[in-house]
Design a binder for this molecule. Structure first.
Ligand code: SAH
Ligand code: DHB
Ligand code: MG
Length: 225
C-alpha cells in the first residue's frame, strides 16, 4: 500500500489517536456541538489535546492560563488533567464561542474548574495581573496569531521560574518560513518565535506536527527565572 505523505501522516495520526486519545461521549459531544454551531474547525486535534493533558500532568500544573477558548475542546483536555482544586482561566473574544464552550464544559462536568473571561485577551490580561491571578504553571497561547508577541510578553509577566509556555500553530502548513509575508498571523508568529528563541528568561524549542490538521507545530518554552 503506497500512500502520499499527507494521507500517511493522517493515517498514523489516527492510529496514535485511537490508541492514546480515544474520544468519550463528552469529547464527541463537544466537537459535534462546535461543528453544529459552525465554529471554525480549528480545535486542537485529539492527540494535541492529549499532549496538553500530559503536559499538565508532567508539570503538575494547578493553575493554567489559556488564550483562545473557541468551543472549549482543548480546555476539556487540560481541565481533566488538573488536580483537585486546580483551575484553568481561558480568555475568549467572542461571546458566542464562550457560550458554546460553557455548554460543552458543563456537559463534561468541568465548568467548576474553568474560569472564562470574555473580551479581547489584551484587555483581560492586565486585569488578571491586577487581580494577582498569576503566576501560572502552564500557559497555552492559541488565539489571534498577530498578537502572539504581546501574548508572549504577558505570559512572561504572569510566569514564575518553571512556568511552561506553549504556542499553537507555529508552522501553519509551512507558511511560517515566508520571511517577507505580509499576513499578520505569519508575522506575529515569526516575531513570537524570534522572541522565544532569544529571550534571556526562556529556554525554548519549536516542533513540527503532522496529522489530521496537516502540517503545523508547537513552540514551547520553560521560564528560567
Ligand atoms: N484552544 C481552542 C482553539 C482556539 S481558536 C481549541 O483548541 O479548542 C482561537 C480562538 O481565539 C477563537 O475562538 C477566537 O474567537 C479567539 N480570539 C481571537 N482573537 C482573540 C482576542 N483578541 N482575544 C481573545 N480571544 C480571541
Ligand atoms: C487557525 C487557528 C488555530 O488556532 C488553529 O489551531 C488552526 C488554524 C486559523 O486561524 O487558521
Ligand atoms: Mg490553534
Amino acid at each position: 500500500m503506497k500512500k502520499d505523505s499527507a494521507s500517511l501522516w493522517t493515517a498514523v495520526d489516527r492510529y496514535f489517536g485511537d490508541l492514546f486519545a480515544p474520544h468519550d461521549a463528552h469529547l464527541d459531544a463537544a466537537i459535534k456541538a462546535n461543528r453544529a454551531a459552525r465554529l471554525p474547525a480549528i480545535d486542537v486535534t485529539p492527540l494535541q489535546g492529549k499532549f496538553l493533558h500530559v503536559l499538565v500532568k508532567m508539570t503538575q500544573a494547578r493553575r493554567v492560563l489559556e488564550i483562545g477558548l473557541l468551543g472549549g475542546y482543548s480546555t476539556i483536555w487540560i481541565a481533566r488533567a488538573l488536580p483537585r482544586g486546580g483551575r484553568i482561566i481561558s480568555l475568549e473574544f467572542a461571546p458566542r464561542h464562550a457560550q458554546i464552550a460553557r455548554a460543552n464544559l458543563r456537559r463534561a462536568g468541568l465548568l467548576r474548574r474553568v474560569d472564562i473571561r470574555v473580551g479581547p485577551a489584551l484587555a483581560s490580561l492586565p486585569i488578571l495581573k491586577a487581580e494577582g491571578a498569576g503566576p501560572f504553571d502552564l500557559i497555552f497561547i492559541d488565539a489571534d496569531k498577530e498578537n502572539n508577541p504581546r501574548y508572549l510578553e504577558w505570559a512572561l509577566k504572569l510566569s514564575r521560574r518553571g512556568t511552561v509556555i506553549v504556542v499553537d500553530n507555529v508552522a501553519r502548513h509551512g507558511n511560517v518560513i515566508e520571511a517577507k509575508s505580509s499576513a499578520g498571523g505569519i508575522r506575529g508568529t515569526r516575531r513570537c518565535l524570534e522572541m522565544m528563541a532569544a529571550h534571556p528568561r526562556l529556554s525554548a524549542v519549536a516542533l513540527q506536527t503532522v496529522g489530521v490538521k496537516g502540517l503545523d507545530g508547537f513552540a514551547m518554552a520553560v521560564v528560567l527565572r
